[in-house]
Design a binder for this molecule. Structure first.
Ligand code: ADP
Ligand code: MG
Length: 773
C-alpha cells in the first residue's frame, strides 16, 4: 500500500490505542482514592469497579480499575507502573497485540492485564517462550496477584500431571505455550475423564508474541507413543556415504537445501553393493536410506543444527539459537544423523496426534500479545488470529545510535573488522554483546577473541536459566558476551550489571554496544537483537557486520546478484551491497510468509477432521455411542455376552474397544494424510493446485472414518469369549502405547519436498518481481 494511504486509513491490521490514553489520564485522578484503601478494600474494590463491559472489545478497564491496579503493584512489588505500562494493560485486556520496546516493562503490564481479566471472571494464561520465563514471571508477579486475591500458578516441562491439574484451576496460569499444547494433546488420549488436566482455553496473553504466533506458529506439537517397530539400521548406508566425495559423487544445490547423487556416485554405490540397480523397486529402501545418510552427512552440521549431549542428538532451534528439547527430525533423518555420530539409533515411535501452535492459540476465546516487534507482522496477526496490532511508545527517548551496516566480501575481512571493533570498545570499558548466527560461529568468535587476549562469555543453546544469568551480566563494565540469536530473550540487560553498580561508569563510555554478525532471516529478529541496547533511555550503540558469504545472502539473493558479487565483488560500493543484503532478507521473509499461509491451509483440513473425531470420541468415552454403534451391528453377540456377565461389563468393553479403534484409526489417518501432503508437490508439477488437491483427497480419505472404526470395534467385540470379559483389553491383543512423549518438530531444516519446491518457485518468482522494482 502507498504510504499516504496508510497514513489516512492505517496500516492493515493496525490499531490506535489513543482511546485508552483517556482512561489512563482519568486513572491518575483517582490515585489518592486508591492509595487510601487498605489491602482488603483494594481487593474488594478491584471486583466492584470493573463492571464496564467495553463495547466491541474483550474488556475495557475503567479508570478506577487502573488506579487500583497501580496502587496494588506499588504495594506488592515496589514498582509503580508507568502510564505507558497502563496503556499496554488496557490494550492487552481489550484483546490486542501490543508493541513495546524491550526493557520497558511488559511483564508487569501483562500481569496487570491478567489481573484485570481475572477479576472480571476470566481464566487467563500468560504464555511465554520457555520454562524459565514462565516460572520467573509467575514468582515475580505472585505478590501482586495475592494482594488482589487472584489465584496464580505456573506449569513447566517438569510439572507432574496432578500438579498441572491444580495449576490449571488457578485464575492466572503462567506457562510455556508448548506445555499447554502438550496438555491439550494428552487430554485427547485419556481413557477416563478423571485423567485429564484440563487447561481452560479462555484468555491467552502471549509474551514475545511474534516469535510464538508467527515464527513458531506452524511448528507442530507432537504427541508420540512407543511402537513395536524396530529402528531402521543406517550403519551400512552411512558407511557407504562416508566414501563419497563432494562434487564428484554428489552435488549440493545452490541454496544448500538439497543434495543429490551424481551418476558417478550412483555407479560407485551400486558397485559397492555388488552390482545392483539402485533404482530397481527392490532397492527402494536402500536408496532412501542412502539419501538420508547423505543428507545427514552433508547438510546437517554438528554444533550448527544439533549438539551431541549424553549420547543423544539435541536439535538446535535455528529460529532461536537454543536447544529444542525433545525435538526430532522426521524419523529417517534422525536415525541417519544418529548413525553418522555412531550413537545408538533410537526407536522411531509413532505419532499419535499433532497440534500446531497456531491451532492451539486460535482455540482460545480471547487472544492478546506483546513483544518488542509486533507491528511488522500486523498483517499476518490480523489474517491468522484476527488480532489488531499497535505500538506504545517508549517512556524515555532512546539514546541508542544504530550505525549503518558494513558489508564485507570475505568472511575473514569481516572477522578482522569485528575483532578490531570489539577490542577498541572493550579497552574503553564499554560492554559488548556480539550476536552470531550459530553455535559454531559463536565459538569461532570466542576463539578469535581469546587470541587477542579477550575472554568472552559465550551463550549458546545450553539452558535457559543459565543463559538468563549470563545475559544479565552482559551490561557490566568491560564485559564481552557472545550469543546466538535469541538466547537470553526476556532477560533485562542493565548497564553496570544486574544491580547497576557501575551504571554511571558504563553510561559514560557509551552504554551497551551490540555487534550483530550477519543479518537474521527477518528484520524483526535484527530489531530484537538491537533492542537489547538502549533500554529505558540508556545510551547505547549497535553495529552490523555482514559478509556476502553469509547463509542468508547465499541462500536468498537472486542468482544474478550473487554472480555480480562474484565477478565485481570488491568494486561494488556499500550502497549496492547493502541493497543486495536487504533484498535477500526481504526474500527470506516473504518465503516464510508464503510457507506460513500454505502450511496453515494444509493443516486446517486435518485439524477440522480431528475435531470431528474428538466429538465422537467424547460421546464414546462418556456417553453410550459405543454401545449403540456395536449393538446395532452385532445384536446377538451382544446379548450373548451380556447374559454371560452383565450389561454394564459389556458396555465397558464396548467403550474401551471403540476408544482403542478410534485412536488407532486416527493415527493411521494422520500418517496417511501427512504422507499425502508431503508428496502433493508432485501434483503441482502436473498442473494441479496442490491445496485444492489435498483438500479433495483429505475429504475422500476421511469418508467412512467412523463406519470403519465402529465396524472394527464390532468385529473385535463379536470375537470376545465369556472368559475374556471383565478384563483389560490387552487380553484381546489391543495395546495402547506404554509410554508417550511430546516434542515440537522444528521445521525440517532441509524442508519437506513440498517446502523445497515452494522455495525454489518462490525464489524464482521473487527474483523477477524484485527486478522490476
Ligand atoms: P520487557 O519484557 O518489556 O523487555 P521487563 O518486563 O523484563 O521488560 O522489565 C524490564 C525491567 O524494567 C525489569 O528489570 C523491571 O523490574 C523493570 N520495571 C518494569 N516496570 C517498572 C516500573 N514500573 N518501575 C520500575 N522498574 C520497572
Ligand atoms: Mg519480556
Amino acid at each position: 500500500m502507498r504510504r499516504w494511504i496508510k497514513r489516512v486509513i492505517g496500516a492493515p491490521g493496525s490499531a490506535s490505542f489513543q482511546s485508552f490514553r483517556r482512561i489512563v489520564v482519568a486513572a491518575n485522578g483517582r490515585r489518592q482514592w486508591a492509595d487510601d484503601l487498605d489491602d482488603a478494600e483494594l481487593s474488594r474494590a478491584a471486583r466492584e469497579v470493573l463492571l464496564s463491559p467495553g463495547g466491541a472489545v474483550a474488556f475495557e478497564p475503567t479508570a478506577d480499575m487502573l488506579a487500583v491496579l497501580r496502587t496494588a503493584a506499588r504495594r506488592a512489588l515496589g514498582q509503580e507502573p508507568f502510564d505507558e505500562q497502563l496503556l499496554v494493560t488496557c490494550a492487552l485486556a481489550a484483546g490486542n497485540a501490543v508493541e513495546m520496546e524491550t526493557g520497558e516493562g511488559k511483564t508487569l503490564a501483562g500481569a496487570l492485564a491478567a489481573a484485570a481479566l481475572a477479576v472480571a471472571g476470566h481464566r487467563v494464561h500468560v504464555l511465554s517462550v520457555n520454562d524459565y520465563l514462565a516460572e520467573r514471571d509467575a514468582a515475580w508477579m505472585q505478590p501482586l496477584f495475592e494482594l488482589l486475591d487472584i489465584g496464580v500458578g505456573w506449569v513447566g516441562q517438569h510439572t507432574p500431571p496432578s500438579t498441572r491439574a491444580d495449576a490449571y484451576e488457578c485464575d492466572v496460569v503462567y506457562a510455556p505455550v508448548s506445555e499447554v499444547g502438550y496438555d491439550v494433546l494428552r487430554d485427547r488420549f485419556v481413557t477416563s475423564d478423571a485423567d485429564r488436566v484440563r487447561p481452560v482455553l479462555d484468555v491467552a496473553i502471549v509474551d514475545e508474541a511474534d516469535a510464538v504466533m508467527i515464527d513458531e506458529a506452524m511448528s507442530p506439537l507432537v504427541l508420540a507413543g512407543t511402537s513395536m517397530e524396530t529402528p531402521e539400521d543406517f550403519a551400512l548406508a552411512d558407511a557407504l556415504v562416508e566414501e563419497l566425495a563432494a562434487d564428484m559423487h554428489y552435488a549440493i544445490d545452490a541454496d544448500h537445501a538439497t543434495v543429490s547423487l551424481t551418476d558417478a556416485g550412483l555407479d560407485l554405490l551400486e558397485n559397492r553393493l555388488g552390482g545392483v540397480n539402485l533404482y530397481d523397486t527392490a532397492h527402494t529402501g536402500t536408496l532412501t536410506r542412502i539419501n538420508l545418510a547423505l543428507h545427514a552427512r552433508v547438510l546437517v552440521h554438528r554444533d550448527i543444527d544439533y549438539l551431541v549431549i549424553d549420547d543423544t542428538i539435541k536439535l538446535i532451534n535455528t529460529a532461536r539459537g537454543r536447544i529444542a528439547h525433545q525435538q526430532r527430525w522426521p524419523d529417517g533423518l534422525h536415525a541417519a544423523v544418529e548413525a553418522k555420530e555412531r550413537l545408538p539409533v533410537s526407536s522411531p515411535g509413532i505419532v499419535l496426534d499433532t497440534l500446531t501452535v497456531q491451532d492451539l492459540l486460535r482455540r482460545y476465546t480471547t487472544l492478546a500479545g506483546m513483544s518488542g516487534t509486533v507491528v511488522a507482522v500486523a498483517e499476518e496477526l490480523a489474517e491468522f488470529y484476527s488480532l489488531r496490532s499497535g505500538r506504545v511508545e517508549r517512556r524515555l527517548l532512546s539514546q541508542r545510535v544504530d550505525i549503518p551496516q558494513r558489508i564485507f566480501i570475505e568472511d575473514q575481512a569481516r572477522m578482522d573488522a569485528v575483532k578490531a571493533e570489539i577490542r577498541r570498545r572493550h579497552l574503553e570499558g564499554q560492554p559488548v554483546l556480539v550476536g552470531t548466527q550459530s553455535v559454531a560461529q559463536s565459538e569461532q568468535f570466542e576463539a578469535a577473541l581469546a587470541e587477542t587476549g579477550i575472554a568472552a562469555q559465550v551463550l549458546n543453546a545450553r539452558n535457559d536459566a543459565h543463559e538468563a544469568a549470563v545475559i544479565a551480566e552482559a551490561g557490566g563494565y568491560g564485559a564481552v558476551t557472545i550469543s546466538t540469536q535469541m538466547s537470553g530473550r526476556g532477560t533485562d540487560i542493565r548497564l553496570g550489571g544486574p544491580d547497576e553498580r557501575d551504571h554511571q561508569r558504563v553510561a559514560a563510555v557509551g552504554g551497551l554496544a551490540v555487534l550483530q554478525i550477519g543479518r537474521y532471516p527477518s528484520g524483526r529478529l535484527d530489531a530484537q537483537l538491537r533492542g537489547r541496547s538502549g533500554r529505558q533511555g540508556d545510551s547505547g550503540t549497535t553495529l552490523t557486520f555482514v559478509a556476502t558469504t553469509d547463509e542468508l545472502v547465499q541462500a536468498n539473493a537472486p542468482a544474478h546478484l550473487l554472480e555480480k558479487i562474484r565477478r565485481r565483488g570488491s568494486q561494488l560500493d556499500q550502497v549496492t551491497l547493502g541493497s543486495i543484503v536487504d533484498q535477500a532478507q526481504r526474500i527470506a521473509e516473504s518465503i516464510r510468509r508464503d510457507r506460513h499461509r500454505d502450511t496453515w491451509d494444509f493443516n486446517r483440513a486435518i485439524s477440522r477432521q480431528r475435531d470431528t473425531v474428538l466429538v465422537s470420541r467424547d460421546e464414546t468415552m462418556n456417553g453410550d455411542r459405543a454401545i449403540l454403534e456395536i449393538t446395532r451391528r452385532i445384536p446377538e453377540a451382544f446379548d450373548r455376552l451380556a447374559s454371560a456377565s452383565s450389561p454394564s461389563v459389556v458396555a465397558r468393553l464396548a467403550r474401551d474397544v471403540a476408544l482403542w479403534c478410534l485412536d488407532e484409526q486416527w493415527c493411521d489417518h494422520l500418517a496417511h494424510l501427512t504422507e499425502i501432503r508431503d508428496g502433493i508437490h508432485l501434483q503441482a508439477l502436473a498442473g494441479v493446485n496442490p491445496r485444492d488437491e489435498f483438500h479433495r483427497i483429505a475429504l475422500r480419505e476421511f469418508r467412512g472414518f467412523f463406519t470403519s472404526a465402529y465396524d472394527r470395534a464390532a468385529d473385535i467385540v463379536g470375537d470376545v469369549t465369556p472368559a475374556q470379559l471383565g478384563q483389560e483389553i490387552t487380553v484381546l491383543g489391543l495395546r495402547r502405547p506404554s509410554a508417550t512423549w511430546t516434542y515440537m518438530t522444528s521445521d525440517n531444516p532441509l524442508g519437506s519436498p513440498m517446502d523445497r519446491a515452494a522455495r525454489a518457485a518462490g525464489k524464482w518468482m521473487r527474483t523477477r518481481v524484485y527486478r522490476i522494482e
